[in-house]
Design a protein around this ligand. Structure first.
Ligand code: PAF
Length: 282
């Protein structure tokens, strides 16, 4: 495994891949790697000759400075984890001015309204930041395929739009959510929870499973009321949103239609940490 901080050096090492038309996979991350990230890297290695993993905590996608500051960072440990995987892996870990230039700002995007739902409603400018950094990384790395976890399902749909808007010939691959034994979706943010909070956090997945089991027989409004009540019974949580949304538009659904596909989404706070999760319903 090789580590590059400089984009020119990275592009130099990647040149033979473009020339020999070998396939390049890309796994963008903000570091603090866990099994979920490693599953993306493994999937990318199965489908490509070489995989680039970027490790970059992107300042423009954080709406609060305090959240950016608290975001876990563990480059050495990340490198050890990637070294434990067999395969041709290259790590790109630039610093912000090297990647963005002097002005660390995001570009405004219009993702056909996907950006205004759920995460977009609660985290101002978040998806402009995600779109901007991925556009920069995609243009430096020029992968054939890029891999994203479905835990950030809204991000996944937005990245598919981004490559259309930017006309980038990259296939976006969505990969299953990896979970802890108790069902909690793996996330770098889980590191900020203590053992008891991590235990309590399993309630989010239990609730999603409950919604999934009842979805066929229960109206959306009843499901919404039920979830609200379940969270009220757990004062350790602050529920930010619960939505049942159409997977294509991400718009909140009021009534089910047989031809539509839905997912349930939750964002909730526990111990000062914001967790998100989602599940397929039909
Ligand atoms: O999902 C993440 O970790 C980030 O949003 C991403 C895609 C690496 C962009 O900074």
């Amino acid at each position: 495994m090789k580590l590059y901080k400089n984009k020119v050096e990275l592009q130099h090492i990647l040149k033979p891949f473009f020339d020999q038309k070998k396939s390049l996979g890309f796994v963008p991350t903000m570091g603090a790697l866990h099994e979920g990230h490693l599953s993306l890297v493994n999937e990318a290695l199965e489908e490509n000759d070489c995989v680039v993993v970027s490790i970059f905590v992107n300042p423009t996608q954080f709406d609060k400075k305090s959240d950016l500051k608290k975001y876990p960072r563990s480059l050495e440990n990340d490198i050890d984890l990637l070294n434990s995987i067999h395969g041709d892996i290259i790590v790109f870990a630039p610093d912000a001015t090297h990647l963005y230039g002097e002005h660390i700002l995001s570009k405004p995007y219009s993702f056909s309204g996907l950006e205004f739902e759920m995460e977009g409603r609660h985290r101002a400018g978040h998806f402009d930041g995600v779109g901007t950094v991925l556009n920069l990384l995609f243009r430096i790395i020029r992968p054939n395929k890029a891999y994203f976890g479905q835990k950030d399902f809204q991000q996944l749909q937005i990245v598919k739009k981004l490559v259309e808007i930017e006309q980038l010939p990259i296939t976006i691959v969505g990969c299953p959510i990896m979970r802890e034994q108790n069902g909690v979706a793996m996330s770098s943010r889980n590191r900020r929870l203590n053992a008891s909070q991590l235990n309590q956090a399993a309630m989010i997945y239990r609730t999603l499973k409950d919604v999934q089991n009842r979805f066929d027989q229960t109206s959306i409004s009843k499901l919404k009321t039920r979830v609200k009540t379940l969270f009220e019974e757990h004062p350790e949580f602050e529920l930010e949103y619960f939505e049942i949304a159409n997977v294509n538009t991400l718009k909140s659904a009021e009534r089910k239609r047989k031809t539509n596909t839905y997912r349930a989404f939750i964002a909730a706070w526990i111990g000062g940490v914001r967790l998100i999760d989602n599940i397929a319903l039909n």
